[in-house]
Write a protein that binds this ligand. Sequence first.
Ligand SMILES: Cc1ncc(COP(=O)(O)O)c(C=O)c1O
Length: 392
Amino acid sequence: MANDETVKAAGINTRLAHSGNDPHAYFGFVNPPVVHASTVLFADARSMADRNQKYTYGTRGTPTSDALAAAINELEGSAGTAIVPSGLAAVVLPLIAYLSAGDHALIVDSVYHPTRKFANTVLKRMGVEVEFYDPLIGAGISGLMKPNTKLVFTESPGSNTYEVQDIPAIAKAAHAGGAVVVMDNTWATPLYFKALEHGVDVTVHAATKYPAGHSDVLLGTVSANAACWPQLWATFDTLGICAGPDDAYQVLRGLRTMGVRLERHQQSALEIARWLETKAGVARVLHPALESHPGHALWKRDFSGSSGIFSVVLDGAGERQSHAFLDALKIFGLGYSWGGYESLAVPVNVRDRVVAKGPYGGAIIRLQIGLEDVPDLKADIERGLAAAAAAS
Ligand SMILES: Cc1ncc(COP(=O)(O)O)c(C=O)c1O
């Protein structure tokens, strides 16, 4: 089924339902087997010496991880996909694959915090020169390119504050300088942003979020175009970081319903974001699909949808009001991550940034809108706003 041209040309939910497995290769069972593997046997000494069989050892992939990789390749239009044990591992893999001592890396300042931490610690210790750039820089990034700039890391919209990057302009400038363009595309998923079609070479997903969808699995995917895949595969193979088969299976399972879940996340989040813009005590709502968002025009040009996570700025609020808001919530849980079926809220801290620092006009709270009923979520947010006002 994975190679079926009919499926490849079909609508997104049809592709999500049928990509990445071939039932008739497994006695007709609809889902692929979960292959638990370290050792793979060879038929004879010659094939062992030549390693000329499809599977040779568990760290290099199994039919289960391959089924997921095939599904992601179809969604991304990529030449190959590595399946790794977390979204953070997926961020780190291309940084290790394409950077060496003496290289310069440009990393967007609105990046997921642990990506910044990896760059500021391990990359610097490896002798890589790390520079954070303004998410709104666009084609101006050419002014930051150096002869040794080997990688430009993008994430759009940015973590927590949702700045939209001009990815085609950045990719053009990066390629002119000979750099690889990597994108953390977790927010939009391959459904709502086609990273490789916009000039990105390597796209990263924390599949922990929407692909898994149930807050119970950690997994990451790294997909590359044909030029960048051999180096990515070689590094993945050398590191031995293939995700376990049960987790790969769960993400493949999650992909089947991701399209319909995303539609609901999108619809509910937008309704709540628009409603929040009208509420007293709210200074701004940071959601790129809102007309009021500074990145809205770029988002509209490049993205085909929005997901379920955005931030709200409580007018003039500090930590006391922010904590009062969070403590009053009864449906939203206070916890990290997103993309699951349940709503979550976290306070946002932009203190570690060097360029995109704001000011934002008050405490920022990130809301992950789950699959619950919108009136219940609004009532919960009302409780939070009332508590924040009372704490002022
Ligand atoms: C944008 C982004 N990238 C990567 C990750 C890392 O994913 P994981 O939690 O699977 O390590 C996260 C997690 O919150 C994220 O928000």
